[in-house]
Design a protein around this ligand. Structure first.
Ligand SMILES: *Cc1c(COP(=O)(O)O)cnc(C)c1O
Length: 214
């Protein structure tokens, strides 16, 4: 995407009241640099090692890239927790259970916001709490963690060619988000390259876009 295309997309996202996280997992450090040059600050990665590689690569180019905010959006293996925390991510979007939260809390020495990931279409290929469990998990993390702070929910739309099925998965996630707003939930992270327009209609205020940007 060139600068004009990026700015046009960003305008659509921001005029809907949403924030854009650029998912850089399938591109190189060079491409992150390009988008950062257009003013993009929030980036997402789903693997700790790749996140580390990109942060180090960018630090080698300029200390200026320290202002980028990195979102962790993937499965977090317990042997990678220390490595992730050393990188000071801005937001851990893929917290799916109280156990995972407690393992991270135990190793934290600073406040880290997180989102409870919801597997809203109940697909076995995806991680995430079920719609029924999500509210309780959110509350239990609030009660049992001092440094890990739940600030919302994240979900990947249903893997389906039927738009109404995708919309249903977003609407269900949004309902959970709504019920948690009085408990401090501010972020409803939904929408990727193929379904971001549907996600915006369903109330998303954070899009995670990868392929469409590059
Ligand atoms: C890869 C990924 C994205 C971005 O997906 P695209 O289809 O490339 O936009 C968003 N969220 C998560 C959790 C991902 O793993």
């Amino acid at each position: 995407m060139n600068k004009a295309q990026f700015e046009a997309l960003l305008e659509q996202v921001e005029s809907s009241g949403a924030k854009l996280v650029a998912v850089s997992k399938s591109v190189d450090t060079h491409d992150v640099k390009g988008l950062a040059g257009f003013g993009q600050l929030d980036f997402g990665e789903n693997r700790v090692q790749e996140l580390e590689r990109k942060i180090e690569g960018l630090a080698g180019i300029s200390a200026d890239y320290r202002r980028l905010r990195w979102h962790f959006i993937g499965r977090l293996q317990s042997n990678k927790i220390n490595a992730l925390l050393a990188l000071h991510p801005a937001l851990w979007q893929s917290c799916e259970s109280v156990d995972a939260a407690l393992s991270v809390e135990k190793r934290l020495s600073y406040e880290l916001p997180c989102l409870v990931q919801i597997n809203s279409a109940n697909e076995s290929s995806k991680q995430g709490a079920s719609l029924n469990e999500a509210v309780d998990i959110y509350h239990e993390i609030c009660e049992r963690c001092k440094l890990l702070k739940p600030v919302g929910v994240m979900s990947i739309g249903a893997n389906n060619s039927d738009e109404s099925v995708i919309a249903k998965s977003f609407e269900d996630t949004y309902k959970v988000f709504e019920s948690l707003q009085k408990h401090g939930a501010k972020i409803c992270s939904m929408g990727m390259s193929d379904d971001w327009r549907i996600a915006l209609k369903c109330g998303s205020n954070m899009l995670r876009l990868g392929r469409i940007l590059w």
